[in-house]
Structures are given as structure tokens and as C-alpha cells.
Design a protein around this ligand. Sequence first.
Ligand SMILES: NC(=O)c1ccc[n+]([C@@H]2O[C@H](COP(=O)([O-])OP(=O)(O)OC[C@H]3O[C@@H](n4cnc5c(N)ncnc54)[C@H](OP(=O)(O)O)[C@@H]3O)[C@@H](O)[C@H]2O)c1
Length: 354
Amino acid sequence: MAGKRVAVIGASGYGGLQTLRLLQDHPEFVVTFLGGERSSGKRWSELVPFLPLPHDLVVQSPDPAAIAAAADLAVLSLPNGLAAQLAPALLELGVKVVDLSADYRYRSLEQWREVYAAEARQVPRSDGELCAEAVYGLVEWEAERLRSARLVAAPGCFPTASLLALLPFLQQGLIDTSGIVIDAKTGASGGGRAAKEHLLLAEASEAVAPYGVVGHRHTSEIEQQASQAAGQVIQLQFTPHLMPMVRGLLATVYGRLRDPGLTADDCTTLLRAAYRHQPTVRVLPVGTYPSTKWVRQTNCCLLSVQVDRRTGQLIVMSAIDNLVKGQAGQGVQALNLLAGLEAGTGLPLLPFYP
Ligand SMILES: NC(=O)c1ccc[n+]([C@@H]2O[C@H](COP(=O)([O-])OP(=O)(O)OC[C@H]3O[C@@H](n4cnc5c(N)ncnc54)[C@H](OP(=O)(O)O)[C@@H]3O)[C@@H](O)[C@H]2O)c1
């Protein structure tokens, strides 16, 4: 088999399925190992007949030695807490890892234990040095460090959309560091493939509902990265909502402009300059607002800026596909960099509309 060998652990879940779909179109990667728990022992062609692999595989329990024998790189798409049970051994065996969960998103293990307390009670961890080593995989902002990394913590879906909107303004010191508000909406696939009552059709369709109001886990992740960009500690307000759609995520970010004379045109110019070398981020003209449908099944983030001169508020709207740019696509971007390829290799940027 030609190509760089990749293992996908959690293959049967939404993140695993997107990763496999993206890798099918990839010119350099070949999938050589599939890992899972309940799906373990099942032949892929029977388990997921709608997404055949060029070489059929049997899903296996994710034993690090077996993964290392089959693959050079691994994408871990597992519930929180499980990547940390695998990654240390994989790295020891020379397998580079992209983790799509939150296990390595915080610089300190103590913070992970605090935010992911329920998981921390179930899975003992002592890999604090790996938390410090892992590179936060927001590719547009961390490409240099990712090229030489061996462990990547792919950002959460809400942090991805929010940070891509916010970081250029924070880094330039253009908005107040207090009073930032992020109002975000996501589709039901954001909750994963495992059965959950609030994601049943009868519960989620024809309804919009907030959840995790005050203290959603992604708040601290956004704050960590926003604080790093601003060079000071930032606390912000983040409220997610569940929308009656399968995929897509829209974050609307509000911040007070320090210079009330700045216009939407000025802010659009700034955003375009910040992302001029990043084909994954496109900034729309002033007055055109992004729809989740415009980024469906793509690895693109669409941004748009408006300024309310009456209130002095900057408003940045950010749309992504939660399963692609918000999860698997961003993971493959990082995988590309770990493998010495261009970040965008093999990744779709244009939607099939509608
Ligand atoms: N969904 C999103 O929009 C999104 C976005 C960004 C990040 N994330 C993060 O990405 C990760 C995966 O999310 P998801 O939505 O893809 O979850 P999911 O659909 O629930 O899939 C989870 C996968 O993990 C496997 N798994 C569970 N327990 C396992 C174990 N003990 N050993 C081996 N495999 C096990 C399952 O395999 P079996 O079926 O074989 O048990 C399944 O394939 C999560 O940490 C999530 O927070 C999700």
C-alpha cells in the first residue's frame, strides 16, 4: 500500500466517519487501522456499507502495539477521557497523534480535571507533561508549531468558530477584553452518534433551546486561547443553542470597539489581512452574513463583520460545519502538517449547495 499509514480510532462515530470520508479523497494518506469498542470485530464493509474503503478492514479494539504496527499516524475520535488512555503509549511507540477530544486542549492536567470532572473521576491520568507538550490545533494560528509536533489537540467546534472570529481583534488590541459575548448555535450531530434523549427527533426538531448556560465546557477553552492572544486573562460569556438541523455551527461574537471611529469596512479589511494566506477562512463583504448551508461538508470558515455605531459594538459572525472544520477536517489539516504536507491537502473548501 502506498501512502502514509493512518489509524482512525472511534471510526464508527461521527468524527471517525467524517475523517474516513475525507481520507478517501486524500492523495497521500491510506487508512490501515480502524479502532472501536462496540464495533470491534465487525467488518467495515458490513458495518458502514455506504462508505466503502479501498481495502476492507475489521474494526479492532485499540491496542497501542497493534496500532503502531499498522500506522504512522493516528486520529483519535473518542469520548473525552479515552484518548489519554491511548496517546502516551502511541507516542512512546513513535505514532504521531491527532486527538479530536478535549483531553489535551488545556495546558495543565489540573484544569482538564476541573472542567471534565465527571470523566476525571472515571479515568485516572498522570500525563500532565503531555498536556503541556500538546499543540492546540487551530491550524490558521499554530501552523509553525504543528509542523514539528507529535501530539495535536484539535480544538472544539464552538472554540474553532469563535476563536477564528475573535483572535485577530484581540491580538491587535482593538476590542475591550471584558464584556465579550459569544452566542452560538449548533446542529444535533454536535452531540455525537451515541443515543441521547435530548437529541431524539421528537425532542430536537421544531425547537431551539439553549444549553450549558454559564459554564459550558468550551468557555474555558475559548478563554484559554483568547487570553493567550490578548496577553492577559480574559473571561467571556458563551451560550450555545441546539438547532433543529443535522450539521452546521454559527457563532456570533460581540465585543466593544476601543476606537469608536472604526467602521465595518475597516474591520473587514483587518480580518482579510489576518487570513490572507489562509484559504480555509473567507471574509464576506460587509452586509453579507454567513449561513451554515454555505459551509456544509467543507473545511471552510466564513466570517462577516458588522459594527453598530450607536452602541460601539463589533459583531463578528462565523459559520463552520461542526463535523468538518469543527472536528475531522481540522484534524486532517493537522495530520497534513504532522506528515510534512500543506495543511489544506485533500480538503474540500466549497459546498454542494443547497
Ligand atoms: N460531534 C462534533 O461536532 C464534535 C466536534 C468537535 C469535537 N468533537 C469531539 O470529538 C470526539 C468524538 O466525537 P463524536 O461526535 O465523533 O463521537 P461519537 O459519534 O459518539 O463517536 C465516538 C466513537 O468512540 C468509540 N468509542 C467509544 N468508547 C470507546 C472505547 N472504550 N474504545 C474504543 N472506542 C470507543 C465509538 O466506537 P464504538 O461504536 O465501536 O463503541 C465511536 O466510534 C469527542 O471527544 C467530541 O467531544 C465532536
